[in-house]
Design a protein around this ligand. Structure first.
Ligand code: UDP
Length: 239
C-alpha cells in the first residue's frame, strides 16, 4: 500500500482557522508566513503540492443561514472567503519564491484562474503550488470535500490534513488526558465512530477512491516535511 513517505504529489488541506493565529478572526500574517514556510520545505523536496484552504476564519455558510440567510447564499459567501485565504497564502508563498497559482471553482478571472483540470495538472508538473479556491463551487459542500475531489482529480497520493493535534484520537485530547491516538484507522471506523476527521461526504469520497488521509499537526515545526521524509507522528486513514 502507499506510504506517506513516498508521495510525489500531495494535497494539503488546512482550515481557514489555521490562518488566524491567536486572533479570533481573519488572517494573521506571521501565521500565514509560517505555514508557507512549511509548504516551502516540502516543495524543496520536489513534491508537487496542491492546497485547499477553508474559509471558517472569515465566514461559514451555516453561520449565515443560522441568522436567517438562505443557505445557498451563505454558502457562496463562505466560498468567497476561501478565495481571500487562497490569495493570502499565494502572497506568502510567492514572498518565499514559490510560484503559486490560485485556481477558483467560481470564475473570477481578474483574481484567479478558472479551474481547468488539465491546466492545473500542467502547473503541478512545472512545480507550481496550486491552491484550489472557492471550494467545489457548489453550496451544501465543505472544503474538506473540495480537497478530496481535487486530490482525486489531480491524482494525489494522499491528502494531508493539517490540524491542531497530531492525529485522530478516540476522544478529544484537549478535554481527555487519557485520549488515545490511532496510528491507522479505516474510513468506515471514522464514519461509524464519528471521529471528526473530515465530514462524512469527504470521507466517503476518499474511501471510494482509495485516497489515504494523513492527519497531522500543523503546529509542529517541520512536521509536514518530516512525514513526507518518513518520520513523525500522524494518523493514517485508509481502507
Ligand atoms: N463552501 C461551500 N461549498 C464548498 C466549499 C465551501 O458552500 O464546496 C462554503 C460553506 O459555507 C463553508 C464555507 O464555504 O462553511 C467555508 O468552508 P469550510 O467551512 O469548509 O472551511 P473550514 O472549516 O475548513 O475553515
Amino acid at each position: 500500500s502507499r506510504k506517506a513517505g513516498t508521495c510525489s504529489r500531495v494535497m494539503l488541506k488546512i482550515s481557514g482557522e489555521a490562518l488566524m493565529g491567536d486572533q479570533g478572526y481573519g488572517l494573521h500574517p506571521p501565521t500565514v508566513a509560517r505555514i508557507a514556510q512549511e509548504v516551502k520545505s516540502v516543495h524543496e523536496m520536489g513534491v508537487e503540492i496542491c492546497m485547499v484552504i477553508g474559509g471558517g476564519n472569515i465566514f461559514r455558510g451555516l453561520q449565515g443561514s443560522a441568522q436567517g440567510m438562505e443557505r445557498a447564499t451563505a454558502d457562496y459567501m463562505g466560498m468567497l472567503a476561501t478565495v481571500m485565504n487562497a490569495l493570502g497564502m499565494q502572497a506568502a508563498l510567492e514572498a518565499l519564491g514559490i510560484h503559486t497559482r490560485v485556481i477558483s471553482a467560481i470564475r473570477m478571472d481578474e483574481v484567479a484562474e478558472p479551474y481547468i483540470r488539465r491546466r492545473a495538472v500542467r502547473h503541478l508538473e512545472k512545480k507550481r503550488v496550486c491552491i484550489f479556491a472557492a471550494g467545489t463551487g457548489n453550496p451544501y459542500f465543505t472544503t474538506d470535500t473540495a480537497a478530496t475531489l481535487r486530490a482525486n482529480e489531480m491524482n494525489c497520493e494522499a491528502i494531508f490534513k493539517g490540524t491542531k493535534v497530531d492525529g485522530v484520537y478516540d476522544k478529544d485530547p484537549a478535554k481527555f488526558p487519557d485520549a488515545k491516538r490511532y496510528e491507522n484507522v479505516t474510513y468506515d471506523e471514522v464514519l461509524q465512530k464519528h471521529l471528526g476527521v473530515m465530514d462524512a461526504s469527504a470521507i466517503a469520497l476518499a474511501r471510494d477512491n482509495d485516497l489515504p488521509i494523513i492527519v497531522f499537526s500543523l503546529d509542529e515545526p517541520g512536521g509536514f516535511r518530516g512525514i513526507l521524509a518518513g518520520s513523525g507522528t500522524y494518523t493514517r486513514v485508509h481502507g
